[in-house]
Design a protein around this ligand. Structure first.
Ligand code: 5AD
Ligand code: SF4
Length: 456
């Protein structure tokens, strides 16, 4: 089903932003070998499902999707599984799905063209060896987003929280060479992109060539043309005074931190091996807020961790109220094979109805808090960057520096532009606004193909 004489590839991405960024790397690597990205599996010679292993639900969804894709595949097409689930399950995936011929983990994307060639000639293969030196140096990502650029600065994780599969699926922490990151930032700026999001599993522990994350923020923030710098996700323990000072003193660094809390109970945090206490987390949030006026804080929270008592959960609710998060991603604990949290005694398992009830109460508390904060913002003025067309026709979606979503009347010609808006309404989570002053053009660029259907 090749549409030209060049082979076609379709990548479907699940999970986090790191995965979406990896999809851009894969497409970059394959473009070097002549592949053309297509937006539908039916039209592809090669289908890659770029997977997440963080919770069981993410994996079940992919397994279902692999079944569906079987029906959409062209006769000579091949199907590969990449990403964290590929790394975790390896050859077991080949055994489970006969129509999958390729399984490639996060450190194997450089050899994708050769692996695909082998699969297209009838072989089935897995490539799941970790390579602690793999930074994908020299591969130019094919970016899906025309307005902002995600730049991976660190891969892997050394924290080993007891619930988390990531150290198993992405290996040990390694930071990319400083000069490579800056060169990539310059390259995207030269193409007209004005916002950069630095990515890493614990991004603020970045350390390479004698530079730390503070140096990185200052250097990326100084790249000509870069107006906004964000990063995700930091670990509370890695917010040194140097990093906080760099955030406060670098005008491009936006006033938003996504600061995973996981729990508001010191006892649970200890069992999660988060390496901070409730007070330590509160103090970190406080230091950030004092240094950066107007800072928005968002977080991740897990409920139903083994052994979480009603008192522990009450402490989480209390921390959410005390801190006043702008938003939170909330999850039910999902046991992952091989992680230390699966080795707590069975009696520590929290019954499903209790977990569901806690999740509901947590979501209600988060919503109430963020709604209150958002109502207070009505009428205020903000600089926004227009990111994409909204689902509703005749509207665009823009973001403030502190990461609020604002819907504006407008069209695609506004993409990539900055405006000053007044916030006129809120659903509680997102805003509507009107432009009070145009802020100028960020730069122009042609939007590339949209290859990665990101799914959370
Ligand atoms: N179960 C539920 N949530 C998890 N997370 C990580 N591992 C698990 C798990 N086993 C959540 C954490 C993390 C976010 C990306 O996913 O909150 O910050
Ligand atoms: Fe990203 Fe974690 Fe999912 Fe891997 S398991 S794709 S690192 S969220």
């Amino acid at each position: 089903m090749t549409t030209s004489d060049r082979p076609t590839v379709y990548v479907e991405t699940y999970g986090c932003q790191m995965n979406a960024s990896d999809a851009e790397l894969m497409l970059g690597r394959l473009a070097e070998c002549g592949y053309v990205a297509v937006g539908r599996p039916e039209r592809a010679d090669v289908i890659l499902v770029n997977t997440c292993a963080i919770r069981d639900r993410a994996e079940q969804r992919v397994l279902g999707r692999l079944g569906e894709l079987k029906r959409h595949m062209g006769r000579d097409a091949i199907l590969g599984v990449t990403g964290c689930m590929g790394q975790r399950l390896g050859p077991a995936l080949l055994a489970r799905a006969a129509h999958v011929s390729l399984v490639v983990g996060p450190d194997g994307y450089r050899s994708l063209p050769e692996l695909i060639d082998r699969a297209r000639s009838g072989a089935r293969a897995t490539a799941t060896t970790f390579d602690p030196d793999e930074h994908y140096r020299g591969i130019v990502p094919r970016r899906a987003d025309g307005v902002r650029a995600w730049i991976t600065v660190q891969r892997g994780c050394d924290y080993h929280c007891t619930y988390c599969i990531v150290p198993t699926t992405r290996g040990t922490e390694r930071s990319r060479p400083f000069a490579d990151v800056i060169a990539e930032a310059r390259a995207v700026a030269e193409q007209g992109t004005t916002e950069i999001i630095l990515l890493g599993q614990t991004v603020n522990s970045y350390a390479a060539d004698g530079y730390d994350f503070a140096d990185l923020l200052r250097a990326v923030g100084a790249v000509p043309g870069i107006r906004r710098v964000r990063f995700t996700s930091p670990h509370p323990n890695d917010f040194s005074e140097r990093v906080i000072a760099a955030m406060a003193e670098t005008p491009a660094v936006c006033e938003h931190v996504h600061l995973p809390m996981q729990s508001g109970s010191t006892r649970t945090l200890r069992r999660m091996r988060r390496r901070y206490t409730r007070d330590g987390y509160l103090a970190c949030a406080d230091r950030l807020r004092r240094a950066i006026p107007g800072l928005a804080l968002t977080t991740d929270i897990i409920v139903g961790f083994p052994g979480e008592t009603d008192e522990d959960f009450a402490e989480t609710l209390d921390a959410v109220e005390q801190i006043g998060f702008d938003d939170a991603y909330t999850f039910k604990f999902s046991p992952r094979d091989g992680t230390p949290a699966t080795r707590f005694p069975a009696s520590d398992t929290i019954p499903e109805p209790v977990v569901s009830d806690r999740l509901e109460r947590l979501i209600a508390t988060v919503r109430r808090g963020s709604r209150e904060r958002h109502l207070r913002l009505l009428g205020s003025r903000h600089e926004v960057l227009v990111e994409r067309r909204a689902r509703r026709g005749g509207a665009v979606m823009a973001r403030t520096r502190d990461f609020k979503t604002v819907l504006l009347d407008g069209d695609a010609s506004m993409l990539g532009r900055y405006h000053t808006v007044a916030l006129t309404g809120t659903t509680g989570s997102t805003f509507t606004g009107v432009i009070v002053a145009p802020h100028g053009l960020a730069g122009t660029r042609t939007l590339p193909l949209a290859p990665a259907a990101a799914a959370g």
